[in-house]
Design a protein around this ligand. Sequence first.
Ligand SMILES: CC(C)(COP(=O)(O)OP(=O)(O)OC[C@H]1O[C@@H](n2cnc3c(N)ncnc32)[C@H](O)[C@@H]1OP(=O)(O)O)[C@@H](O)C(=O)NCCC(=O)NCCS
Length: 374
Amino acid sequence: MAKVLSGAGLRGQVAGKTALSTVGVSGSGLTYRGYDVKDLADKCEFEEVAHLILEGDLPNETQLRDYKASLKSMRGLPQALKDVLERIPSDAHPMDVLRTGCSMLGNLEMEHSFEQQSQVTDRMLACFPSIICYWYRFSHDGVRIDVETDDDSIGAHFLHLLHGKKPSALFEKVMHVSLILYAEHEFNASTFTARVCASTLSDMHSCITGAIGSLRGPLHGGANEAAMELIESFTSPEHAEEEMMGKLARKEKIMGFGHAIYSDSDPRNAIIKHWSEKLSHEVGDTVLYPVSVRCEEVMWREKKLFCNADFFHASAYNFMQIPTKLFTPIFVMSRLTGWAAHVMEQRADNRIIRPSAEYTGEDIREVPAMDERA
Ligand SMILES: CC(C)(COP(=O)(O)OP(=O)(O)OC[C@H]1O[C@@H](n2cnc3c(N)ncnc32)[C@H](O)[C@@H]1OP(=O)(O)O)[C@@H](O)C(=O)NCCC(=O)NCCS
């Protein structure tokens, strides 16, 4: 008989092997293919890290130039996909838009064989910003934007489409950092979803569509949006302190804090916090950043709960004038690399993922006749 697990949520269970990342392993908080995420965020552009995660190694200069040129050439959207995006209402959740966009892309540009997996992944990496921004600008501003820009990076492409102008060097740098921090995180809920789907030998678009659905929830990717709603409800650090104390007394869950694996800090927090502070100076903010810092202090002092990657992302994105409802889609644009790499890893050494359940229902019984039922 299979062993019954005592903890809920499969916490602490090793559910498979990966060579992609380590999370919370002693000595190094988060590594991608052996590199510390801090080192990568300091020294690399997101496209270098995407190449590392997907291809196994950091690109040399020529490889990076070719990789970026290739991604740049795949930003356009088929008319049939634009038609679908134009039919999605403006009050739809942008994660639902991406889920539909990804699924529609799979209908139009099907993955016929696993040999196409790298090409299919690059296509998604290149055009997800186009999908979300095409829908956003059409449904909110009534304009049909040209989604093919000549920006050098995925982050700059996204900001350019969103704001209709090229971003500053600082904004582009922060997008690189943000996309690097969100790119990969071992067997989190959405990645595990992608792997389960891959284990049935399904296609890449189905794996990614399923993962988007898992990431959408507020306990996972949606936390950065919830954190934004929290911090913008406070007018000063003192106000934040008072309200946070009330929330804790009422045992409310505060989004952007805590983590299923890390126990005393999330290594991504210090990095994005640093850039959020820089942006706050750049844009002349006097409220959001100090409020965020006070929330962090109160949570640590009262509960020993620390900010996860999402908390300071909220203020950082806000300083770059990104609408709150687009926060989680940015996470998708980045985590797509991790998801796809996990799908490829699963495919390379596959057995269908099919755990068992501990049965807690009725003993075996006979089906009663209709007139004997309660
Ligand atoms: C991330 C998260 C889902 C991890 O969940 P988990 O491993 O199951 O941790 P638990 O929920 O068991 O937390 C243990 C205790 O800390 C409390 N806690 C954890 N995160 C908390 C938070 N963000 N706010 C308030 N209390 C929190 C729990 O209520 C629980 O208290 P209890 O023992 O009195 O019931 C959880 O911390 C959370 O919901 N955080 C907010 C959502 C979020 O930011 N998600 C993004 C993750 S990157």
